[in-house]
Design a protein around this ligand. Sequence first.
Ligand SMILES: [Zn+2]
Length: 352
Amino acid sequence: MDQAKKEEFAHEFYSRQTVLKELGPKGQRRLAQSKVVITGVGGLGTVSGLYLALAGVGHLQLIDQDTVEVKNLHRQILYSTDDLHYPKAEAAANRLKKLNPLIKVEPVSENLNASNVERLLKGADCVVDGLDNMATRYLVNRTCVKNKIPYIFGAAIGLEGNLSVFMPPETPCLECVLPNLSDTDIHRCDTRGVLGATPGIIGAMQAMETIKVLTGMGSPLKGKLMVCDFNDMYFTNIEVTKRENCATCHGELGTLAAKQKLVWICGQETANINPEKPLNLNLTKMCKHLEDMNLNVRLRSQLALIFNYKNFEVSLFGSGRMLIKNVKSEKEALEAYKDIAKMVKFRQFFSG
Ligand SMILES: [Zn+2]
């Protein structure tokens, strides 16, 4: 599309939105100039990402470490059966670029952790929560407080959901409101279950709040925690205030530099293993190398190679990160990782 055609297309694409007196062409330009980071493109992130892309947020960055599985499809609305086994960030980005060719969508297939969170959230005008665990939420919260980035918190499980807009330093932060929660305290999709419409509603509200924060429209949900129970459609907003002794708000961020674990079990049978230092692998060469080793590469995407090793499904990313599915324990995952690394001469991954 040449520039004139692109402008004409954009004018018509957004016409039902720019006519809104609350937004107008000025608000539309603000959206186009904004960068939003979505941390996790699962049930929440596929929905917030969809509406933010369609609204015309100029630069969307999608961070997700996982690949698409059959059990995701009932609620993670950007994926179809064609996307199975592909990295979620990549599949979601491809879909969003098709839905709105006017914006930039950047897939980041990394495991969000203390060593990359500052780099990945840098320059964001807003961070949208699409996470499924508290440990990573706290990491994101601390980074947002430190860098004064608005953080659109959302959580959805079963038939219940929560929403809040944290705008440091003006408002309380996530850890003022929900401190010290461990992931064993909260319900998970694999145990409690979730109806697709639950993250659908919360994700759409997160997109709404993000657009308001970016453009100055309306009154975002600041200083309030929205609690939704879809069983009986009970919605309430609880006033929340800064917690006097919140270490995060006081800038005491010591635990951010905590030593990284190499392995995470995310969900029941998946392990993520980061190399000690990120590598820069040439996946084209690596693919040929794996095939020479008689490892059948089932699928090759832009960001990953997916192959079978013993009973495991392994996704190898350009950074040297591996996602190993069908493992029973961290030990088993680490052994598989070491075996594969040795076979394909990744010995430099492990110093010990
Ligand atoms: Zn706080």
